[in-house]
Design a protein around this ligand. Structure first.
Ligand code: NAD
Length: 330
């Protein structure tokens, strides 16, 4: 089978990482086109990978077999809609959209088309740690509580408190739904005093507390300015025991009367394997005319949850209303 000619929209941190991985590690694909609003960035990456620079998004989509969207959050929906118009398979970085209206528009367009073309980049679904955690859940009886920790070294792109939900904790909103096979019923948010590095007006750290429809408590600590590095943890408390996800294959060091291991600076260090597996699964699925991982529907539900959490910051506990699942996603 000929390799898929992939177009990558947005060649910043993650777009560059995806393009390099597609070009060097993933079978069945080549990076044919790149586009970035900053031409210097796309030209540099195109030169490195032997790809072409597209003059605009429309031309990139028309010339590619499949598209990776790695532009800023608020551009995802309009670019995904262009891909649907041209019937191109898409791996769209999270979030599908920061607003419910934009995420809903993408789902509506896909439903109208009657064809699932969009996979959303919730790569934790491909992480061996989360996969092992999900597999182990039947062994601990009924899940009762999930404790999640999500810490960044410092705020990327001056993250506002709303982006804590729509950009950061949205990973937890998706992965806990996936782990538990359950939707959320309510959400509330608690913020304490800010740390010394917290930008003016930002609430950080925050605790997000969700209850699923099945009655499981999902607790998330989202801490953007944690200073010491990037860390993600997850522990499920069940009726017969608990299971906690390890933090990857980091080396344990013993020296100077201390035992410890390095902490990655960024998500790329912790989830490199998940990103790679996600891309390979997407290319393989696209070759078979299918999507992989999270669907546009999953993307919409994560955005609905994130926006309910944003409202909960100022307005207190919120009910999470989930629309009926369209037949396309059942
Ligand atoms: N799945 C993950 O774990 C993960 C990790 C990092 C980032 N992301 C997501 O990927 C996206 C990009 O994040 P990033 O960290 O790479 O940001 P970034 O700022 O490093 O890169 C974004 C790039 O998009 C370009 N751009 C701006 N407007 C554009 C447009 N209209 N069309 C095309 N390109 C445009 C910018 O010039 C920049 O090069 C975000 O939506 C973010 O949420 C996901």
């Amino acid at each position: 089978m000929d390799p898929l000619r992939i177009g990558v929209i947005g060649t910043g941190n993650i777009g560059t990482a995806h393009a390099r991985s597609l070009a060097r590690e993933i079978s069945g694909a080549e990076v044919a086109w790149v586009y970035d609003a900053d031409p210097a960035r796309s030209t540099q990456l195109a030169d490195e990978l032997g790809a072409n620079v597209a003059p605009n998004v429309e031309q990139l989509i028309a010339s590619s077999d499949a598209v990776v969207i790695a532009s800023p959050d608020d551009r995802h929906a309009e670019q995904a809609l262009l891909c649907l118009d041209a019937q191109r398979p898409v791996l769209c970085e999270k979030p599908l959209a920061p607003t419910v209206a934009d995420a809903q528009a993408v789902v509506d367009a896909e439903v109208d088309l009657g064809l699932r073309l969009i996979s959303v980049g919730f790569m934790r679904r491909f992480d061996p740690g989360y996969a092992a955690l999900k597999e182990s859940l039947p062994g601990i009886g009924h899940a009762l509580i999930v404790h999640n920790v999500h810490r960044n070294e410092a705020a990327p792109y001056g993250l506002a408190t709303s982006m804590t939900m729509t950009n950061m904790a949205i990973h937890e909103f998706d992965i806990n739904r996936w782990l538990l096979d359950d939707d959320y019923a309510t959400v509330q948010v608690v913020a304490g005093r800010p740390g010394p590095r917290t930008p003016e007006g930002q609430l950080d750290p925050v605790l997000v507390l969700l209850i699923t429809r099945g009655g499981v408590i999902v607790e998330i600590e989202a801490f953007i300015n944690a200073a010491y590095g990037y860390e993600v943890r997850c522990e499920v408390v069940g009726s017969d025991g608990t299971v906690e996800m390890g933090d990857g294959a980091f080396l344990t060091r013993r020296s100077g009367r201390a035992i410890g291991h390095d902490v990655p600076a960024l998500w790329l260090g912790r989830f490199a394997d998940a990103y790679r597996r996600q891309l390979q699964a997407w290319v393989d699925a696209t070759q078979r005319g299918r999507t992989s991982g999270a669907t546009a529907w999953d993307g919409l539900l994560a955005t609905i949850t994130a926006n309910a959490a944003v409202t909960a910051v100022t307005a207190g506990p919120q009910a999470i209303e989930t629309p009926e699942v369209p037949a396309l996603y059942r």
